[in-house]
Ligand binder design. Structure first.
Ligand SMILES: O=C(O)C(=O)Cc1ccccc1
Length: 278
């Protein structure tokens, strides 16, 4: 089985992939950006992918859900949460007070918003923490630092010149495992719905949510994303987390569709617990 994740070597996605999968049973394939990872599984070049969905500080990783929704065969088949400690990585001879700019992927830069603001330094976006750190190493610059993991620093021979620079010490990122295969019919703990409301009318969101209340479906996550058609037209991602039966899920879909909403189930899955969650 081929598994895609965000490369090059040393990303947090790689750390999550190594912890989630048994590396003797899979072939890992790295891609240069999160949309490229999802496209690889969406276009059947790999079987499965692991991508970040949300972060405790930054919230939803929009490029993940926006890419996911554009492939109709993709399903979320699992979930894994990784603790993320962010460090400032630099070339030899870099002095912290002389760093004028930091490089990393955008969701990581925003996890360190306070740190960057307090020091009045600039930030520059890359497609991953490791592509930023590699560019830094190749440049040889000592007025710039990259933000990434300790593993990444060791891999590239960069020094850690400041530690745990994220805005909140309990920083975690929730990864999802995405597949283009049908999953066996068993009971899953979570279900992810994507609902596009039929009409733009007052109370449309609360009428949708009332259906979940009536069926006692507990929602653990809700996110809206623009449909890119016009202002005010959104689609909603809703995650149900209370082991609801397939029958209850089907009932919710039928009622929502009867009310004129477009409904897609983009995943039924379980959570793989790690030591951090216990
Ligand atoms: O750039 C990385 O190292 C990633 O794996 C991407 C990422 C994005 C948001 C939170 C954690 C990791």
């Amino acid at each position: 089985m081929k598994v895609a994740y965000l490369g090059p070597e040393g990303t947090f996605s790689e750390e999550a992939a190594i912890q989630y999968f048994n590396k003797d049973q899979v072939e890992f394939c790295m891609y240069d950006s999160i949309p490229d990872v999802i496209e690889a599984v969406g276009e059947f070049r790999v079987d499965t992918a692991i991508v970040p969905l949300e972060n405790t500080i930054e919230g939803t990783i929009n490029m993940t859900i926006d890419s996911l929704i554009s492939f109709h065969k993709l399903q979320i088949i699992g979930e894994y949460t990784l603790a993320v400690s962010l460090h400032l990585l630099a070339n030899k001879d870099t002095i912290l007070s002389e760093v004028k700019e930091v490089w990393s992927i955008s969701p990581i830069l925003t996890q360190c918003r306070k740190y960057i603001r307090n020091r009045s330094i600039k930030s520059l976006q890359y497609d991953s923490s490791s592509s930023a750190a590699t560019a830094l190493e190749n440049s040889g610059r000592t007025d710039v630092a990259a933000i990434g993991s300790r593993t990444l620093a060791n891999l590239l021979n960069l020094n850690i010149i400041d530690q745990n620079i994220q805005d909140n010490m309990d920083n975690q990122t929730r990864f999802i495992i995405v597949s283009n295969h049908e999953m066996p019919e068993i009971d899953y703990k979570k279900t992810m719905f994507v609902i596009t409301p039929g009409q733009d009318q007052p109370g449309v969101l609360s009428s949708m949510l009332n259906i979940f209340t009536a069926l006692e479906i507990n929602l653990s996550w809700i996110e809206s994303r623009p449909t890119a058609r016009k202002f005010g037209v959104y689609r909603f991602f809703l995650e149900a987390n209370n082991n609801c039966s397939k029958g209850t899920i089907e009932k919710a879909v039928t009622i929502l569709e009867t009310l004129g909403h477009e409904v897609r189930i983009i995943g039924r899955y379980n959570v793989l617990e790690n030591n951090y969650n216990k």
